[in-house]
Design a protein around this ligand. Structure first.
Ligand SMILES: Cc1cc2nc3c(=O)[nH]c(=O)nc-3n(C[C@H](O)[C@H](O)[C@H](O)COP(=O)(O)OP(=O)(O)OC[C@H]3O[C@@H](n4cnc5c(N)ncnc54)[C@H](O)[C@@H]3O)c2cc1C
Length: 396
């Protein structure tokens, strides 16, 4: 039976993540929101601390968890719980954390044992999106052509989180466009590989501490052993290999949304209390101050996104297929984080809109949680397909 209590053995990890968020992330939140594209050097100390947490089976960040055939674990749960705490501190800074990139989650998901050992300790970003392809990731155009013991990559990748700062980027490319999604493979490309050119960094609405890069791959030669997993094209398995990554990363993005939302709710509660508004859990919401009633409604929504996120992680830890639950969590958390943080700005009045508080920042940061790793609409599409038993060709 599913148990959504935080296991006692993880409470120390959650406490440590909270302490780290309080000491390193929250105090630097505004600084790196304003100093976009400046590397947050304070993170180097914290990254070493996180490496320690990861080595002990816990952690926070997008590092990802390997799904082996072994016994149930709490690895995914500890990762989402740690991520919630860190994003309570600052989501943009967490996304800038060395060795915790989305590419690390891809490596954890699909790499062979030998590759896993080879990329240990590397910081890996993830490049799926292209100028003509975002949501429809099966339609990517970047090509990989075998040439002796190398693959030659050509194409363009945009919106690569941590692309400038990471050691390497996991690039999705197709071995043969005529063979459809099954021919899409992921390749680890070292940042200093000739032909892998940084075009520019984006200026963004939120998570401004995190760098977002645009790359061009121009006859970029990558050793054949950098193809993650098997080079074999298995049409019957379709997209299965690379899509496993999303089962790992969507609960993490949901966890990021949970962390930001909790930060905004806590701050709003403080401001409401200061303004003399009492939130009473023993009285019906419709008999209370309108702000208190709104707050209770937002907390109920928060609880739902939190529990759905734990469910998706728990299922992965217990070796159960979690694609549907990962999309439930991502859809609910992305949408609620966006709505709640904006409503917190509203409840706080004009101060919520100013830089005196972090509320306006959290409302900007939250929006990306409903976009990357599959937008709100795409999560709903995936959920509908799974519930109705339709294929991607039948329901677009
Ligand atoms: C800050 C930031 C960081 C990012 N980091 C990364 C990263 O590290 N790696 C990476 O590969 N990508 C990254 N992305 C890209 C992100 O994953 C894409 O932006 C996202 O997948 C949407 O793709 P798109 O922007 O091309 O929008 P589109 O796919 O063009 O979609 C536009 C709109 O149409 C909707 N839509 C699309 N198809 C359908 C449909 N079938 N039914 C209903 N509605 C639909 C979408 O939901 C969206 O609202 C990042 C983006 C941002 C902004």
């Amino acid at each position: 039976m599913i148990n959504l209590e935080v296991p006692r053995k993880l409470t120390t990890l959650v406490d440590q993540a909270r302490q780290a968020a309080m000491a390193f992330l929250r105090p630097n939140s505004r600084k790196y929101d304003q100093a976009e594209h400046t590397y947050p050097k304070e993170l180097d100390t914290l990254a070493s601390l996180l490496d320690g947490l990861s080595a002990s089976g816990g952690g926070a960040g997008a590092g990802g968890v390997r799904r082996s055939s072994g016994k149930a674990s709490t690895a995914n749960l500890s990762l989402v719980l740690g991520t919630m705490e860190m994003c309570w501190g600052d989501a943009g800074l967490l996304l800038s954390m060395p060795r915790q990139g989305l590419g690390n989650a891809a490596i954890a998901s699909v790499a062979s044992e030998e590759q896993l050992a080879r990329y240990k300790g590397k910081w890996a970003a993830m490049a799926i999106t292209e100028p003509d392809t975002g949501s429809d990731s099966g339609a990517i155009r970047t090509t990989a052509v075998r040439d002796g013991d190398h693959y030659v990559l050509n194409g363009e990748k945009i919106f690569v989180t941590s692309g400038e700062r990471a050691d390497c980027v996991v690039v999705w490319a197709t071995l043969d466009r005529s063979l459809g999604k099954a021919a899409i493979k992921s390749f680890v490309v070292d940042r200093d590989t000739p032909g892998f050119e940084l075009v520019r960094l984006e200026h963004k609405l939120g998570i401004r501490a995190s760098d977002t890069a645009h790359f061009r791959l121009d006859n970029c030669r990558v050793p054949a052993e950098n193809l993650l997993g098997s080079p074999e094209i298995k049409p019957d398995q379709g997209f299965a290999g690379v899509m496993q990554t999303f089962d790992n990363t969507r609960p993490l993005v949901a966890a990021m949304a949970v962390g930001i939302t909790r930060a905004a709710l806590e701050e709003t509660r403080r401001l409401l209390t200061e303004a003399g508004v009492t939130i009473d859990y023993d009285r019906p919401a419709n008999t209370q101050h309108a702000a208190a009633a709104t707050f209770l409604e937002m907390e109920a929504d928060y609880e739902a996104m939190y529990l759905l996120t734990l469910q998706a992680a728990w299922m992965a830890d217990n070796r159960k297929p979690n694609s549907l639950q990962a999309s439930y969590a991502k859809a609910k958390a992305g949408r609620s984080a966006t709505a709640i943080t904006l409503r917190c700005v509203e409840l706080a009045g004009s101060i919520g809109y100013t830089e005196h508080e972090l509320l306006e920042k959290w409302s900007r940061d939250a929006k990306i949680m409903d976009i990357f790793e599959g937008t709100q609409q795409i999560q709903q599409l995936i959920i509908a397909r799974r519930l109705l038993g339709k294929t991607s060709a039948q329901l677009k």
